[in-house]
Design a protein around this ligand. Sequence first.
Ligand SMILES: C[C@H]1O[C@@H](n2cnc3c(N)ncnc32)[C@H](O)[C@@H]1O
Ligand SMILES: [Zn+2]
Length: 435
Amino acid sequence: MNEIFSAQRSVLIAGVTIDGSTVDIAIDETGLIASIGEDARKTIDADIVIDGSDRLAMPGMVNTHTHAAMTLLRGYGDDMLLQDWLSQKIWPLEAHLTGDDVYRGTKLACLEMIRSGTVAFNDMYFFMDRAAAAVDEMGMRATFAYGFIDLGMEEKREAEIKATEALTTHIKSLNNPRIQAAVGPHSIYTVSQEGLSWCGEYAKEQDIGIHVHLSETEKEVIDCVAQFGKRPAVLLDECGCLTPRTVAAHCCWLDEAECRLLGERGVSASHNPASNMKLAVNRAMPYHWLKQYGANIALGTDGCASNNNLDMLEEMKFAALLQKFAWNSPTLLPAGEAVSMATAAGARALGTGPGTLTVGAPADIVLLDARAACNTPLFHADSNAVYACNGGAVMTVLCGGRILMHEREVPGEEEIVSEAAAAARSLVDRAEQAS
Ligand SMILES: C[C@H]1O[C@@H](n2cnc3c(N)ncnc32)[C@H](O)[C@@H]1O
Ligand SMILES: [Zn+2]
């Protein structure tokens, strides 16, 4: 059994169901889908054969907004207002984080994501070299941005610039096609205009993406208009931070003109419905406007302290339900669109491929249990995936043709869990001793 996890080999998924038809998926040793069809098994002499009977194949999911190592803060502070939650609970604890904590927390996050069908994620946090090491070991894809926060102080800005440059240099030196760097200005309320402009220019110069929080709360918009006389998306745009490689998380309080601006700039909006409802930001991302103006609308969970898990199957349901409820329209964001947000749109946001099960695409593939209660009866696979199932229905996960989980087994799981639990305990102890 363990052999199947070890190395990159050619793989045949035999007799699996896609869109109601039974097909084979052949994956070559470079990790690409070589053929899909009734006779795909004849096209390769596969090293590994996965039995696809009783399995539904879907593209691997992409979580476009995470703070992965915040798994260690799961349940540490709940049921609070965003500003209080960040300033009273989260930031004081994060002040004690170490690189080892981030490594262990990110391993736990990867484990959780793999177990619920996610193959790639867009991360903003600290000690990102250690997060990258965790992702490399787990075999996933990720984009890493150092969370740039200067609070308007020039001295701090210099330090954040150095940290951003160091991370970019480090990630580029890894030369790992699964791991990318991005620039991570935290938000317009934690980064000065000088800082934002530096981020925009640096991303352009380095030819990398931008990962930012945008219009999460009404307070962010009101304060921005009072201070700068313009709305947050306009400010970001003037600082060069709205690009086709920008992922803007939340986007709850955008007005129609800002949605048009995001569409014009080709920005990806990451919808984070569970976090938004938990922190009661009190407005749902205007999906209809973003769609109308052609923004790429993807999906994310946010960190585990505001969700409190990383299950993208659950997140699809939250997205579909929140949009319908908030905009009073049961036809808004149907199941098929929710699946596209979690797969193709996410892959487009991070540039990891088409995010579809097509010949030539990276073999980022999830196999769901067709026999699970949540998949019974099976009238519409997308409907069950979005409205009935959660990550527990995920049986097998491949990323770039490599098998990361098979029949719900992930190598090293027990150790990852126990080390993360110990790291979380020790982090809280250190913070409490210091206070
Ligand atoms: C990268 C930084 O972003 C913080 N962070 C985590 N969740 C949110 C959120 N919903 N809104 C704003 N910031 C957040 C992390 O706690 C870290 O300090
Ligand atoms: Zn966030």
